[in-house]
Ligand binder design. Structure first.
Ligand SMILES: Cc1cc2nc3c(=O)[nH]c(=O)nc-3n(C[C@H](O)[C@H](O)[C@H](O)COP(=O)(O)OP(=O)(O)OC[C@H]3O[C@@H](n4cnc5c(N)ncnc54)[C@H](O)[C@@H]3O)c2cc1C
Length: 289
């Protein structure tokens, strides 16, 4: 197996072009090294950790730009993220063990494109965009079109994730990430739900509700029918129940060793209900009627 440590994005892209499907990018290596041990060895490893300019969390206007090499622990300990993007902070806080959080990068989590990837549903709900670098130029891809299936993104084998841009959520909004896993944060999510609500200025109706579902479809998805049903309405327990059932119906989970499809749908319903109740209370100071 060949091993390269490019010092620029263009050098990394040249290696990807040269080695094609044989090449594998490695960042923190928490997924790649497991694959090498238990699945297969790539023809060549391209370690991107030396590339400068991809390890910062920076504010730019009304958004936060996060480099793909920023670790989950750096996000978890960032005051800026905790204050401005508490939803993403919460997902990183519930991510594996401290040892894994210290090594795993956000770029690796995104590019792995696992349906259960902890940061994916929150980034989808936050309306994040990915800056993708290819040898013929850069492209900005919204998260709702980035994921194409388990392990597949629009990067293909020749692109590199160069940055993540996350707009700040609307003023007065509240978000929550709820993870259900058999062994708590140490385990991969059976279901992960991100909910963001934006009440109107009088705190009477829902101006907007965004619901992101993780681990219950081939890619992370938004429960768009449930979101549409909630928009513009006063939130009461009947509506919460209807939205939770609709979100469960929008999911298409599989049965595996962590849980059956039926169980996962039931968890989607329970967590959507809890997420809407919690965020409504946090945003308005009132319990759901
Ligand atoms: C014990 C254990 C527990 C775990 N628990 C969790 C958990 O609770 N939640 C969770 O979501 N995940 C978990 N994971 C999975 C893993 O830690 C995450 O997916 C992590 O974020 C991957 O980041 P990394 O930097 O280690 O990626 P790597 O392993 O280096 O790479 C992952 C993939 O992304 C590609 N890649 C990396 N960076 C880029 C880039 N900039 N551009 C293009 N492609 C890129 C690589 O080629 C590879 O396909 C766990 C893993 C282990 C071993």
């Amino acid at each position: 197996m060949d091993y390269f440590k490019p010092e620029s994005v263009s050098e990394a892209l040249s290696l990807l072009a040269k080695y094609g499907n044989e090449a594998k990018i490695i960042a923190g290596g928490t997924d790649v090294m497991v694959d090498i041990k238990y699945k297969e060895e790539p023809g060549c490893l391209v370690n991107i950790k030396r590339i400068p300019g991809m390890s910062a969390i920076e504010e730019s206007g009304g958004s936060l730009r996060i480099g793909p090499l920023v670790t989950i622990r750096e996000i978890e300990t960032s005051k800026l993220v905790r204050e401005r993007l508490p939803l993403l902070w919460e997902a990183c806080h519930q991510f594996a063990s401290l040892q894994i959080r210290n090594t795993a990068t956000i770029g690796g989590n995104i590019c792995r494109a696992s349906p259960s990837g902890e940061t994916l549903a929150p980034l989808l709900v936050l309306g994040a965009k990915a800056k993708l670098a290819f040898s013929d130029g850069e492209k900005t891809e919204p998260f709702n079109s980035l994921f194409q299936g388990p392990g597949k993104t629009s990067l293909g084998s020749k692109g590199l994730l160069a940055a993540i841009e996350i707009p700040y959520p609307p003023k007065g909004s509240s978000g929550v990430y709820l993870k259900h896993a058999v062994r708590g944060p140490m385990d991969i999510a059976v279901v992960g739900i991100a909910v963001l609500v934006v009440p109107d200025s009088a705190a009477k109706t829902l101006q907007e509700a965004r619901i992101g579902l993780g681990a219950v479809a081939p890619t992370p998805i938004r429960a768009i029918k449930a979101e549409a049903m909630l928009r513009g309405k006063p939130l009461d327990s009947k509506l919460v129940e209807q939205a939770a059932q609709m979100a469960a119906a929008e999911s298409s989970p599989i049965t595996d060793q962590r849980g059956s499809a039926e169980y996962r749908r039931w968890i989607v319903e329970a967590l959507t209900r809890r997420g809407l109740e919690q965020t409504w209370k946090a945003a308005t100071g009132k319990e759901v009627a």
